[in-house]
Design a protein around this ligand. Structure first.
Ligand SMILES: [Zn+2]
Ligand SMILES: [Zn+2]
Length: 575
């Protein structure tokens, strides 16, 4: 069981208590414990084994007992009782952006609505605007968000599905009957949201695979089990579909179940043109039904006259033509990344200290880390004042002496204010090695206004990077209105980088990043880490970059420190 799971169940208790209008002190205690465990780098199960749960900051004896119960039994009786008193559907209200537990509780007790459809009905009947403190705007918001929630359905953000699939695949690989195991489908293609979690296992003994599944930590129950497909539910209610194939068909199955559908349709046509038939069992000659390929993906593509293509490209957006011509891109990979361009510390809203973040980046094998704490204009982040920035710079210099040859770059996530002005004047911006600008607030005043604010930043000679250019968050927030083409053009002309943000923002998205790359704009990859663990976001950023067909030279992070410093300097020398 992972820290995330424990954090989630503590959050559930906090939410349940809040829904019941319990004392806010109690609620906060659970929320704080959840936060601590979510950000903690120690393994909570390990601490439990050593009897050290009480040592976690913010975890008192009563909460530590519940964590122990959860680690031992997989559930918490207290939570089950709490939930028992509240209709299950009321918890779904919390999935609606803008509805917190307090509002959910009021909607339930005042309007007696207990499901999302009932909530939508109440909004349409304008019963919500009559409640004290809610009003017309909230009601409209709720209706709009409910519509979007329905549209999104049950798709999971890639980050969640990917981590889960990795964990299960790693566990299955341990089993002697499992010859190979991989996530397939949209997880393998790294689509930004994932519908079904499809895993593929090569084995000669499907019954043993089923036993291996039942022995998984997360296993809850089998939904359906046939000869070749086993569907099961995890304890946290994700459905996982596992297909078991014979080793001789492994490559064919992997190819087939990775998709995309459009990519596979093109392959099928191509096979037919060559007197072949392709399916999940292999590539067969039509004439005598002999299988000519199946064990490896590469031999299937090769038999069709194509280079093997990375799964991230398989969307039928030109990859088949490029594979035929031998002009596939050499995609950037995680190993090419020499540093992270977006990170936060306790100097603004990050959880880890400068020192902790630096050492964590070093442990990842990075050459450098760009520390980009918020500038003070983003009030909620309690960011850098000029004075604080100077202090941070001193600490960075000191750490750089201690950690040489690893290098921290002093950066800033610079707020673009509502009127388009930048949060610091030029002479302050010169103090930083890297200036990345961001639009966080007041983004609802239309495309022209947003575009102008961004252009103001891109036209400033001190600015190197535009962060999370579209402002979206997957899956809860859409991009703000802005003129993307104009931003790309300004970035190209001014030699500014556009960010691919690897947090739940996933911004730019792959399609936009591909356009930017085609226009000759350099992309910078940033995890936007607000904790040591947040640095993991880099693999998401790389995944998006790969779906955008980007090569190492298109990406700022592949530069060695020396070349990078030169490029950053040059941007300044253009004054
Ligand atoms: Zn932040
Ligand atoms: Zn930001």
């Amino acid at each position: 069981m992972r820290n995330d799971d424990v954090a989630r169940v503590l959050e559930d208790i906090g939410a349940a208590l809040e829904l019941k209008a319990e004392s806010s002190f109690k609620v906060r205690a659970y929320q704080e414990a959840a936060r601590q465990i979510g950000y903690m780098s120690h393994d909570v199960a390990e601490l439990h084994r050593k009897g050290q749960l009480d040592d976690i900051p913010g975890v008192g004896p009563s909460i530590s007992k519940k964590i122990a119960e959860y680690l031992d039994t997989g559930k918490i009786a207290y939570l089950e009782t709490l939930i028992g008193e509240i209709p299950r559907g009321v918890f779904d209200f919390l999935k609606v952006p803008g509805i917190g537990p307090r509002t959910a509780h009021e909607l339930f007790t005042e309007l007696h609505v207990t499901t999302l459809p009932e909530l939508a009905e109440a909004a349409r009947q304008h019963r919500i605007r009559e409640m004290p403190g809610l009003g017309e705007k909230t009601e409209e918001n709720i209706l709009r968000e409910l519509g979007r929630l329905k549209e999104r359905g049950t798709r999971l953000p890639l980050g969640v599905a990917w981590a889960l699939a990795d964990e299960i695949v790693a566990a299955l690989r341990e089993h002697p009957a499992v010859i190979a195991a991989e996530p397939a489908g949209s997880i393998r293609r790294r689509r930004e949201t994932v519908g079904d979690i499809d895993l593929l296992v090569a084995s000669k003994d499907p019954a043993a695979v089923e036993r291996a599944i039942k022995a998984l930590d997360r296993f809850k129950e089998i939904i359906a089990a046939g000869d070749t497909k086993i569907s099961f539910l995890t304890r946290d209610a994700f459905q996982i579909d596992v297909r078991v194939v014979e080793p001789a068909a492994w490559g064919a199955a992997l190819q087939h179940f990775t998709g995309s559908k459009a990519h596979n349709i093109k392959l099928r046509t191509r096979a037919l043109e060559r007197g072949l038939r392709i399916n999940e069992y292999g590539l067969f000659r039509l004439a005598d039904d002999k299988r000519i390929a199946g064990a490896h993906e590469a031999e299937i593509y090769s038999a069709l006259g194509l280079d093997w293509m990375p799964p991230e490209l398989r969307e039928d957006t030109g990859e088949i033509e490029a594979a035929e011509a031998g002009t596939l891109p050499q995609l950037v990979a995680l190993e090419d990344v020499r540093g992270d361009f977006h990170s936060h510390t306790t100097y603004s809203d990050g959880r880890a200290t400068l020192d902790q973040m630096a050492r964590a980046a070093m442990a990842r094998g990075y050459e450098y880390l760009v520390v980009t704490d918020h500038s003070h204009g983003l009030a909620v982040a309690q960011g850098l004042t000029v004075e604080k920035a100077r202090r941070q710079r001193e600490e960075i210099d000191e750490l750089n002496r201690a950690l040489y040859p690893f290098h921290l770059l002093a950066g800033v996530e610079l707020e673009i204010r509502a009127d388009g002005a930048l949060d610091f004047p030029d002479e302050v911006l010169r103090l930083f090695d890297v200036v990345s600008a961001s639009l966080h607030t007041n983004t609802r005043k239309g495309s022209e206004r947003n575009t102008q604010r961004i252009l103001n930043a891109l036209h400033n000679r001190q600015v190197h990077i535009l962060n999370h250019p579209s402002g979206r968050i997957v899956p809860t927030r859409d991009a703000y209105a802005f003129d993307f083409d104009e931003i790309v053009e300004a970035a190209r002309v001014g030699r500014k980088a556009l960010e691919i943000n690897g947090s739940e923002r996933m911004d730019l998205d792959a399609a936009a990043a591909r356009i930017a790359g085609q226009q000759g704009v350099t992309l910078s990859l940033g995890s936007d880490a607000h904790s040591v663990k947040g640095l993991d976001g880099m693999r998401m950023a790389v995944a998006i970059a790969r779906r955008a067909w980007l090569e190492p030279r298109d990406v700022l992070n592949t530069r060695r420190l020396k070349a990078l410093m030169k490029r950053l300097e040059r941007a300044e020398a253009r004054v």
